[in-house]
Design a protein around this ligand. Structure first.
Ligand code: CUA
Length: 337
């Protein structure tokens, strides 16, 4: 091969590879990782992308060079010269892809097994999905429940999922992994958050009318702040003061995402305004406390005019202990008087 041809091939390859690399780097394909697992997945992603860019550059160089240099003359209708084959070339294009695919296979296996390996002092969190809400409970911390996923930084966390109705799928983009939640099954996901911050929890499996609204938040905090949160919540729930305990239930279950309640500082507009509960009960011709209890346990029994049916989670009432339910009813009744 002439030296001029090699220069041309190299030139085209560098330009094509440069354009592909620019596209790969300029667009934000993946969010900045917030877990060790996501960082490993990121590495694997860029490892494969780099290989792809190099192969793309070689293929584009060979094609463009061939199109220009070996183009047939306009009046040339003959067949090309008979070529038997090129053993060296065939060995090369068999061995090189084999090595590349094997390398991707080995590195992916290492990433997957590292991502699944639980660390020391694992924190278990049970995640329950239901149309259309997430709830998180902490079996190691008095079965505390929360509508927000609270996580300590740099601690190995095992999420154990279940669903109360249909299949949902848990996804925090910054954690880099998705996991289906299936009724009757306990699926698992291991994460080790390594960046402080607030990240979206998204349902990524079409699960019904409210699928798009089935969102929550994951908050990664320092281990000290996490312990403090656990202690404060445990204290509030055990509080003999029903108002304080009820407020904790209200806050931990994310009621404020849909409901306005001045006392709890929430301004949700999806469901009825809980500051007006007394007026609603009068409208429904029911005593206030039993009106509130029924509305939590059996949300469709009476739906406030102007609000849609089937939006309030039907099984929410059953997810509360009797003590929590009583505290919540007392709290809501007191704060709307
Ligand atoms: Cu749950 Cu989509």
């Amino acid at each position: 091969m002439r030296r001029g041809s090699i220069a041309w091939l190299l030139g085209i390859g560098i330009v094509a590879g440069g354009i592909a690399a620019a596209v790969a780097l300029a667009l934000p394909w993946l969010p900045t990782p917030a877990s060790r697992e996501a960082s490993r997945i990121d590495f694997e992603f860029w490892f494969v992308v780099t290989i792809c860019i190099v192969i793309f550059a070689i293929v584009v160089a060979a094609i463009l060079y061939s199109v220009v240099v070996f183009r047939a003359a306009p009046d040339d209708d003959s067949d090309g010269p008979p070529i038997h084959g090129h053993t060296g070339l065939e060995i090369a294009w068999t061995i090189v892809p084999t090595l590349l695919v094997t390398a991707i296979g080995i590195s992916s296996t290492i990433v997957l097994s590292n991502d699944d390996a639980l660390g020391k002092n694992v924190l278990r969190i049970n995640v329950t999905a239901q149309q259309f809400a997430w709830s998180f409970s902490y079996p190691d911390a008095n079965n505390l429940t929360s509508a927000t996923l609270m996580l300590p930084k740099d601690r190995s966390v095992q999420l154990v999922f279940t669903s109360k109705d249909v299949i949902h799928s848990f996804w925090v983009p910054q954690f880099g992994q998705k996991e289906d939640t299936v009724p009757g099954m306990h699926t698992k996901l291991h994460i080790t958050p390594d960046r402080l911050g607030t990240f979206p929890v998204i349902c990524t499996e079409l699960c019904g009318l409210g699928h798009a609204t089935m969102r929550s938040t994951a908050i990664v905090m320092t281990p000290a702040a996490f312990d403090k949160w656990i202690a404060a919540q445990t204290k509030a729930i055990a509080s003999p003061n029903a108002g304080q305990a009820g407020k904790a239930v209200f806050t931990n279950n994310g009621c404020g995402a849909c409901h306005t309640l001045t006392g709890a500082g929430t301004t949700g507009k999806v469901g009825p305004d809980l500051d007006k509960l007394a007026a609603y009960a009068t409208q429904a011709h029911q005593p206030l406390a039993s009106f509130i209890r029924t509305s939590i346990v059996d949300p469709n029994a009476y739906v406030q005019p102007g609000y849609p049916k089937n939006v309030m989670p039907q099984t929410f009432g059953q997810s509360l202990s009797k003590q929590q339910l009583n505290a919540l009813v007392t709290y809501l009744a007191d704060s709307s008087k």
